[in-house]
Design a protein around this ligand. Sequence first.
Ligand SMILES: [Ca+2]
Ligand SMILES: [Ca+2]
Length: 192
Amino acid sequence: MGNSKSGNVSKEILEDLKLNTKYTETEIAQWYENFKKQCPTGRITKEEFQGIYSKFFPESDAQTYAQHVFRSFDTNDDGTLDFKEYIIALHMTSTGKTTRKLEWAFSLFDVDKNGYITKAEVKEICTAIFKLIPKDELSGLADDENTAEKRADKLWNFFDKRENERVAEGEFIQGVLENEDALRLIQYSPSK
Ligand SMILES: [Ca+2]
Ligand SMILES: [Ca+2]
């Protein structure tokens, strides 16, 4: 009693996070302390989030990509990330479990959040990914993936769909799991 490890996290959120993530109560309490320090209002705005991303990608334009990532984390669509959304995001992107990461990747590509991915959405995310790639790395890309359009075409072909068809979550995850190249193309990993 008294010396509660969970700090100021509400009981409801704590239970929810314990259920939905791999984190323990102590870990969640620590994350909460850090979160409050960085973000005294308890909410991260899109602009703050973009600022964080810019620091990670000082040599390129991370703004568009950051907007998409923010959208995929803002599950209740209120334009801010609260602690719960922040922890779920952390969990989805840092866990070793590939399927969970791919569930997140699906939500990243599903720009209008309707449960399906279209070719236009793939192109939109590929364009954002391209802005992340520093100029000096662009010249080293393979011929069939050195523009956002080519990258989108190549990625789309893995899903075995016509131009105007759409990809459901299960199909997306399966397509990426079956093709190593697809897994590489849905993300940008800095080469250094
Ligand atoms: Ca939110
Ligand atoms: Ca969609």
